[in-house]
Design a protein around this ligand. Sequence first.
Ligand code: NAD
Length: 366
Amino acid sequence: MKLETANHNGKAATLAQASEAAGPERSLKALAVVGLGYWGPNWIRNFYTLRCARRLIACDLSAERLAHVKGLYPSLELTQKFDDVLRDPEIEGVVIATPVSTHYRLAKQCLEADKAVVVEKPLATSRAEAAELVRLARLRDRVLMAGHTFEYSAPVIKLRELITSGEIGEVLYISSVRANLGLFQHDVNVAWDLATHDISIILMLLGQMPESVSCQGQSHFRREVEDVALITLHLPRNVIAFVHVSWLDPNKIRRTTIVGSRRMLVYDDTALQEKIRVYDRGVTMRPYYDNYGEFQYAYRYGDIHIPRIEEVEPIKRECEHFVDCIRNNLTPATDGLNGLRVVAVLEAAQRSLRSGGAAVPLGEMR
Ligand SMILES: NC(=O)c1ccc[n+]([C@@H]2O[C@H](COP(=O)([O-])OP(=O)(O)OC[C@H]3O[C@@H](n4cnc5c(N)ncnc54)[C@H](O)[C@@H]3O)[C@@H](O)[C@H]2O)c1
């Protein structure tokens, strides 16, 4: 099934359209970031430097974390109480960068308080919760955005261009590896933590939902918190995608290989430059061959091309896009439905994992 954008208000935005639509910029009255652990301070840094709002409020249960960010950004306002964020009438948008198990509860409260909200990945811990957030955002006519950072990254946008332009032919399969040593999460397994990125990238690149998902994994340190997993997405027209994620790998690997019928792409996000390589390689099917030598000729080894990519910090684009969507009442490129789709795939993977790797059908998505 082809993926559509679900509007909360009838106006869908692509990334480019949203930026163009911004027009004369209205400074927001106030924005808040909830959760200032490892990731939240990146939102603060970007909002701060982009001067998106007249007031910037940081909220965390930990006084220590609040003191830390205040040291970096002296004009920040601080609170340990999430209720202060909900009750402040000037706060137009809230970033939820807290542990995954809290996303649904906090995001729901923001929408009920009529605030736009961007929720870090994954949107929620179940399809039902994610669907409820989508419903609520529509009902309250508020911006709901999923923090799928990689959909805002220049290399991933370039990959999509290379695929949709027909440059690589028909996509045959995708293989994605995201592995490193740590950072173990306490409330979700490695699939909900790391594979969220790969799944959002794959759905964006192919513009289609898988028909079914299977997953195998193992927990070596904490019961039922898998630290290594292999997810298989079975897509229409025999396209298959493998996602291997691990918190137990000696190397940091962020590599996606996309094999097309004409060319092949390798995207290495750990490379400092030249993150994408286009291989003019493929296999030409021959109706018959008489000897092994001829069989070899069926493979094509052409040039390798490295496209130029102008890199911008993805979270900077995310910040700008969130603010554009609030200002102009637009539906984000990674809207609630986009977040729901990724959660649906993760939930299917989780069910498969618990049933020994059996393929779990996705069903209709609305
Ligand atoms: N987009 C990305 O590339 C990316 C990268 C890393 C993490 N993340 C996401 O960011 C989120 C946070 O991850 P992290 O690694 O920073 O976690 P973390 O554990 O380092 O930080 C979470 C912070 O939230 C605070 N917190 C918890 N409950 C709260 C509440 N009710 N009110 C206010 N503060 C609360 C904690 O005190 C802590 O400081 C997760 O959803 C994670 O998946 C996204």
